[in-house]
Design a protein around this ligand. Sequence first.
Ligand SMILES: Cc1cc2nc3c(=O)[nH]c(=O)nc-3n(C[C@H](O)[C@H](O)[C@H](O)COP(=O)(O)OP(=O)(O)OC[C@H]3O[C@@H](n4cnc5c(N)ncnc54)[C@H](O)[C@@H]3O)c2cc1C
Length: 416
Amino acid sequence: MKDGTIAVVGASAAGISAAETLRAEGFGGSLVVIGDEPHLPYERPPLSKQVLTGEWGEDRLAMRDAEALARCGIDMRLGVRATGLDVGARRLTLDDGGRVEFDGLLIATGVRSRTLTGAEGLSGVHTLRTLDDVTALRERLSTRETLAVIGSGPLGMEVAASLAQSASHEVSVVTDETTPMERVFGAEVGRVLGGIHQRMGVTLHTGQTVAGLERTAGEASAIRLADGTKILADTVLVAIGSAPNTEWLDGSGLPVRDGVECDAYCAAAPRVYVAGDVANRRSATGGRGVRMEHRMNATEQGAAAARNLLSEIRGTNGSRAVYTPVPYFWSDQYALKPQAHGILRGAERVEIVYQDLGSADRPRVAALYVCRGLVTGVLGIRIPPRILRALRELIVVPKPLGAVRSQADYVLSAMG
Ligand SMILES: Cc1cc2nc3c(=O)[nH]c(=O)nc-3n(C[C@H](O)[C@H](O)[C@H](O)COP(=O)(O)OP(=O)(O)OC[C@H]3O[C@@H](n4cnc5c(N)ncnc54)[C@H](O)[C@@H]3O)c2cc1C
């Protein structure tokens, strides 16, 4: 057999990275990429930022154009959904009635937005994950004046910032967190960011839960909170997290729990690998799996999983490499660009190692995140790149706070 067929399900960041890596590694067989969206692969991060504000048109989002994909020898099947997988027979079934027999499979089906029970189909209630979502949201906002965002994670706060900055709408955020982005960055950093949002005119309703949505003539008109507060809003963005796209794998026998579970090589079964937002990866030392929803991880894990899949198909299992990323994540809110390296979520302690709040809307903050006694993550807000890079080096191998703190102080002394 000469390389055979590799199928990639999911035509976005992880899937395209995997497909291009396979070619770069000399895979000469047939390469089929199946994606259920009708669009050529595009970048999602600008959707809540430059595309929502109208600064960028759709044309700037393309990850690759059709010619580049064709040059790479990728058989793109867009607008086609994989509906089933037979691992033993190495066969995919598709919603257009087709089947794909494969020698290797890479799953990169990502996640979708979670919705609010009872609000599905109500006019004026939106989620934001896809190009079609942002088109619908922009269209709605173009004729409306008030937006309520439910959820204060990065997505919700980016949308709030995009609209507050252009002063186009009255924006409220409702969250059960005590500060925006508390789960992601911790309460200390969340307070700093929340203060800026408030100064920019965003009304924050923290520590609140939504009791229901009110409707007028079949359209959303207000949010009712559990404490009885009513927030008038003609548009509602539900930004309460995501759900991995795994239903199509029901009955396949693959381990599915909060994504597709895979080992440290990104393998879920023989010749079946997983990458990107949908991958729930265990580390080489075991423990709980980790699923990351970061743009950079999608590219890196797509490439790593593709290389390992190719090694397995070629019978050179020994050359497979454990995937050991130092996660990287950024967000854009106003002139701030919080950037995080390593693992922040679930930290038992957040140590602010640098804080300059002198210029109220342009603070500088650096923080270390301690998980199970070791510093596993670092966050920088408006910290110069060379200094943040140096801080990142300190957490690549997690160490106790005492050791990292003094080194961080030394690095940060260059801030002046
Ligand atoms: C609005 C927004 C802003 C973001 N901003 C940032 C940011 O600032 N920084 C950052 O680090 N990350 C950000 N992200 C996250 C980042 O975009 C994701 O981590 C990245 O897109 C993940 O890529 P992926 O290929 O794993 O999954 P996805 O991009 O979700 O792609 C999966 C694809 O598979 C398709 N699919 C699903 N099921 C099937 C099926 N059965 N058959 C065929 N196709 C299927 C999906 O429709 C989708 O096209 C943002 C995400 C969004 C939505």
